[in-house]
Design a protein around this ligand. Structure first.
Ligand code: NDP
Ligand code: OXD
Length: 314
């Protein structure tokens, strides 16, 4: 009974310790370490795994993603034909909803203007609009998009979502498919992207899409918030749209290149609020519990949950 961990960018030894603590009887191996035998692995655990890493594990039964997004796993064309399971976890969802709510409120309450006024020691009194006057649109109404939508709706915002299939969520207007996109954009003044990165969604946050957003809201020009993947956004188009007034502001957690290079103009642009791909960190304790719980259920004969549709890419 062995787990093979292929994790880059995060502290793999820390993750291994967490898994060991939860199931001391199981062999936890770290890919690439001396003495590791991938042939023993029954389960893969991955975050940005090394390409080809699971090809020498003939006993593999499933691969567990440590993140909600599986684009970095699925891009490996040598991935064995076993179920890929992604994370849906209350802790991660809560973190994302906090970040999305923070960003929506930051723009709605014009906090960046107040910050600048504070720097100048200026007592700036701004008109305060009601949340009920603001139309938020969420691209992606999955595990994360739905929760953010519901919380923003409870705060009073007019919330709609766009997904592949139509949704029926109380209080949330549903738009779906390519046919529904234009109408969804036309009623949206704060756009939030919580899509998975697939061939269909790559580059979706581009200049053409920005020009389709509502321009009759409180901010004059719309706002874009992206915590999906950097591959969703065309950064040259974001800068152009900010500079020519097509967008009033953006909040970005993800970037075409991560870490964002120091010379990237997004760092210093006054219309940009950014965070370092930290909207919703995968916290080791709940993630390891989630995965070990899934493995225990699977070994009792229960089906795996949250298995990715490899054709759809999410
Ligand atoms: P889900 O798979 O639960 O939801 C994805 C949603 O996107 C679904 O509603 C789906 O539609 C919709 N969708 C997918 N493709 C299309 C398309 N072509 N057109 C319209 N809608 C589409 O994913 P999660 O909510 O769990 O996560 C979303 C993404 O958030 C992850 O893939 C990851 O990239 C990102 N993420 C970022 C983090 C960060 O810290 N920045 C942390 C965690 C996740 P349908 O419901 O019809 O299938
Ligand atoms: C994820 C992420 O996909 O952290 O979970 O980006």
């Amino acid at each position: 009974m062995s787990l093979l961990l292929s994790i880059s960018g995060w502290n793999v030894a820390d993750w291994a310790e967490r898994f060991r603590a939860l199931d001391p009887g199981r062999t936890i191996q770290i890919a690439g370490e001396p003495g590791t035998d991938p042939a023993l692995a029954e389960y893969g655990v991955a975050w940005k795994p090394a390409a080809g890493i699971f090809t020498t594990s003939p006993n593999l039964k499933a691969i567990f993603s440590l993140g909600a997004g599986v684009d970095a796993i699925l891009k490996d064309k040598t991935l064995p034909d076993v179920p890929v399971v992604r994370i849906i976890d209350a802790d991660l969802t809560q973190r994302m909803t906090e970040w999305v709510t923070l960003q929506v409120l930051l723009h709605h309450r014009q906090q960046r203007r107040l910050d600048a006024a504070q720097q100048r020691r200026e007592w700036l009194s701004l008109p305060q609009g009601a949340a009920s006057e603001v139309r938020v649109g969420i691209l992606g109404l999955g595990a994360l998009g739905k929760d953010s939508a519901e919380v923003l709706s409870r705060l009073g915002f007019q919330v709609a979502g766009w997904s592949r299939s139509p949704k029926s969520i109380p209080g949330i207007e549903s738009f779906s498919g390519a046919d529904g996109l234009r109408a969804f954009l036309a009623r949206t003044e704060i756009l939030v992207c919580l899509l998975p990165l697939t061939t269909d969604t790559t580059g979706i946050l581009n200049y053409d899409l920005f020009t389709g957003l509502a321009r009759d809201g409180r901010f004059g020009a719309p706002v874009v918030i992206n915590a999906g993947r950097g591959g969703h956004q065309v950064e040259a188009d974001i800068l152009r749209a900010l500079d020519d007034g097509t967008l009033s502001a953006v909040s970005l957690d993800v970037f075409e290149t991560e870490p964002l290079p120091v010379e990237n103009p997004l760092w210093g642009h006054p219309g940009v609020t950014l965070s370092p791909h930290s909207a919703a960190d995968s916290e080791p304790e709940p993630m390891c519990r989630n995965i070990m719980g899934q493995i225990a259920a699977f070994e009792r004969g229960e089906p795996l949950r949250n298995v990715v549709d490899r054709n759809a890419g999410y």
